[in-house]
Design a protein around this ligand. Structure first.
Ligand SMILES: [Zn+2]
Ligand SMILES: [Zn+2]
Length: 327
């Protein structure tokens, strides 16, 4: 089977042995396509993942072989995420499921940018769902990224009618703003790229390149890791408000102690979704509360390097790697 792997400064396609269950529980799925996540870019650019790693986790796939106690069967088209919390540890019990050791150690094999993937029984039981019939594979591939946004919105725990500012209107910012709106929050977006401001407006939300005088938000959602984004957050958060950190920064630098103290700010992170957030995400996509049309640019597996480049240079909003010809 064909896979895409990291090879020093490149992502290249390679051949790998075909997968089969060979008596194991779980499923082998044929990947229809896989979204390219910001975290894949970070792992590649900052050399967090070794050579030979298959990145990608936002898959839509068809079951070709299965041995499971679930109701899934051969031919089902599903969405899944890659990590599963144990539900028992101190992190899980406190709602920090993405900090759970088991969560961090579970994954899909070998990774989403592969013609076939092995999913464990745990994946099938906890994070896999049938692709809703009214969604295309590309639309359904937003299941996991939107799940991340849903979790961030829940963690911030703003009140209905509060105002939230989403800083950075890449695909995640566009999803975040819509998720906020779905939860009754007045979401406003900002970005330095005019086309991205226009894009959020086309989804019926308020967006600015420069925010109006006197603007302030109860919550700030940081989907951009640019240095200046932190200054923007501090400037526009109301005293007593919250800053939700949703992006890494190139360097380790941070928020100003005295701003946090004197203005009683809450700075919090949100990382990766819990199974319940993923369920909510799928519901939002299915009901059309969150729209994703026009966000994706499609690349073939052999053009994956181009997809990485175009994403990094902000040429596109979101890459979808088309892996099977059947969608
Ligand atoms: Zn992702
Ligand atoms: Zn746990």
């Amino acid at each position: 089977m064909k896979i895409a792997v990291i090879n020093d400064d490149k992502i290249v396609t390679a051949d790998a042995d075909n997968l089969s269950l060979s008596g194991r529980k779980g499923a082998v799925v044929k990947v229809l396509g896989c979204g390219l996540c910001g975290s894949d870019i970070v792992k590649f650019v900052h050399k967090i993942s070794k050579n030979g790693t298959v990145l990608g986790h936002e898959i839509v796939a068809e079951i070709v072989e299965i041995n499971s106690d679930t109701k899934f069967k051969t031919g089902d088209v599903i969405v899944t995420s890659h990590h599963i919390p144990c539900g028992e540890c101190k992190y899980c019990k406190h709602g920090n499921v993405s900090m759970c050791e088991h969560f961090k150690s579970t994954n899909i094999y070998p990774g989403g940018f592969s013609e076939f993937v092995y999913l464990s029984e745990e994946h099938l039981q906890n994070v896999a769902h049938l692709k809703p019939e009214n969604l295309t594979a590309i639309e359904a591939s937003f299941y996991e990224p939107l799940g991340c946004c849903v979790r961030a919105v829940k963690r911030a725990n703003l009140k209905t009618g509060d105002t939230a500012l989403v800083i950075g209107l890449g695909s995640i910012g566009i999803l975040m703003a819509q998720a906020l709106k779905a939860y009754g929050i007045n979401a406003v977006g900002c970005d330095l790229i005019p086309e991205r401001v226009e894009l959020l407006k086309s989804y019926g939300l308020e967006a600015y390149k420069e925010l109006p005088q006197g603007f302030e938000a109860d919550g700030i959602f940081m989907t951009s890791g640019a240095d200046k984004a932190i200054d923007t957050a501090i400037k526009y958060v109301r005293s007593g408000g919250k800053i939700l950190v949703f992006s890494s920064t190139p360097k380790n630098f941070g928020y100003v102690n005295n701003e946090i103290y004197y203005r009683e700010l809450t700075v919090m992170g949100s990382y990766s979704p819990a199974p319940v957030d993923l369920q909510d995400s799928l519901e939002m996509l299915k009901s059309g509360k969150v729209k994703v049309s026009g966000l994706s640019t499609v690349y073939k597996l052999e053009d994956i390097e181009q997809a990485f480049e175009d994403t990094m240079s902000n040429k596109i909003m979101k890459a979808y790697i088309l892996i099977s010809s059947e969608q």
